[in-house]
Design a protein around this ligand. Structure first.
Ligand code: ASP
Length: 334
């Protein structure tokens, strides 16, 4: 009898293993979605040359393609997010890594964060000055430190210990961003008055295994002082990912995004109120606007919706899915 039961038990175990592997095989063939942004702001057709328009679209498409390739090949959402942001951090057109805005003193202080929707593990860095790829440092904080957020010199010491690439300050500087600082100083505008903040980059992804991830990287706002830190490295404000709902990356006037807790608020509305990604994002962006803030978000839901919501005239953006969607856009009316 005993042997019989053992045989039955073994048979059941075998059947269950069969079911389990069928399920994971199905999961592995699930769909994927990706959305990216390169910042939101006053971006108008009439102020953009045909060359700049085309160059921005080429940059966005290259970043979108890099992330889509990872996901189409069955790679992880986190790796897709990283692939997108690595390219945009090296692209001088965007306010992240190379091309970052100048601080009041003429330097660069970079912020970045990344989050894994599986277990809500997260890493962030704020105010680093010599790291070529702040997104890689944020990921190292997540995977190789017991912390979520490191800042300034301490973050740079950690980066050194982790063997991350450092670059001299000149690496980040571009004429375009220097002129923005000079314009601001000449007009005696505050960092909050000058609309030269757009260009932050971010990505959100759902992979074939149903896992979500989000990441954001920025130089912050032109002419920022006193070690100001925006929303990009604040988990729950500029970045959030939770497999139960969605992944979000934000761009815009960071102070408002922190006050509203934008990224977490969107995920919470979806999880608790059953809102769609679009409805949740539009509601939270309306809240930002009511307080006086502007900007936008990209969101991918755990069911694969890839959406944008912004209350500025434009947002550099793109999205792609396993269903065949593939687009980049700049202005609000496209
Ligand atoms: N949100 C960023 C910050 O406030 C700036 C931006 O997205 O353009 O630092």
């Amino acid at each position: 009898m005993r042997g019989f039961f053992t045989q039955i038990a073994a048979g059941i175990a075998l059947a269950l293993t069969g079911i389990a592997s069928t399920v994971s095989a199905q999961d592995a063939e699930g769909g994927w979605s990706l959305a990216i942004h390169g910042g939101a702001g006053t971006i108008a057709r009439e102020n953009m040359s045909a060359e700049d328009d085309a160059a921005y679209r080429t940059s966005l498409q290259a970043a979108l393609d890099a992330g889509a390739k990872v996901l189409a090949e069955g790679g992880e959402a986190l790796d897709a997010v990283e692939a997108v942001i690595l390219l945009l951090e090296d692209d001088p057109r965007f306010n992240a890594g190379r091309g970052a805005v100048f601080t009041w003193e003429g330097g660069h202080e970079l912020d970045a964060s990344i989050m894994d929707g599986r277990d809500r593990d997260a890493g962030a860095v704020a105010g680093v000055t010599n790291i070529r790829h702040p997104i890689l440092l944020a990921r190292k904080v997540m995977t190789d430190s017991p912390h979520v957020m490191l800042a300034g010199k301490g973050a740079e010491t950690f980066a050194k210990e982790q063997g991350l690439e450092t670059v001299p300050a000149e690496w980040f500087g571009t004429d375009f961003r220097r002129e923005a600082l000079e314009r601001m100083k000449a007009k005696e505008l505050s960092a909050l008055d000058v609309d030269a903040k757009f260009g932050t980059v971010g990505a959100v992804a759902l992979d074939r295994n149903g896992n979500l991830a989000a990441g954001t990287s920025t130089g912050g706002m032109t002419g920022k002082r006193w070690n100001r830190i925006g929303d990009a490295p604040v988990i729950g404000a500029g970045t959030y990912a939770d497999n139960r709902s969605c992944a979000v990356s934000a761009t815009g006037w960071g102070e408002y995004f922190i006050r509203v807790g934008v990224a977490k608020a969107i995920c919470a509305r979806m999880e608790l109120a059953g809102d769609s990604a679009q409805a949740a994002s539009d509601a939270v962006m309306a809240d930002v606007k009511a307080l006086g803030g502007d900007g936008g978000v990209i969101v991918v839901s755990n069911s694969g919706d890839a959406i944008y919501s912004f209350n500025t005239s434009g947002m550099y953006r793109g999205r792609a899915t396993s269903e065949g969607m593939n687009e980049v856009a700049i202005y609000g009316d496209e």
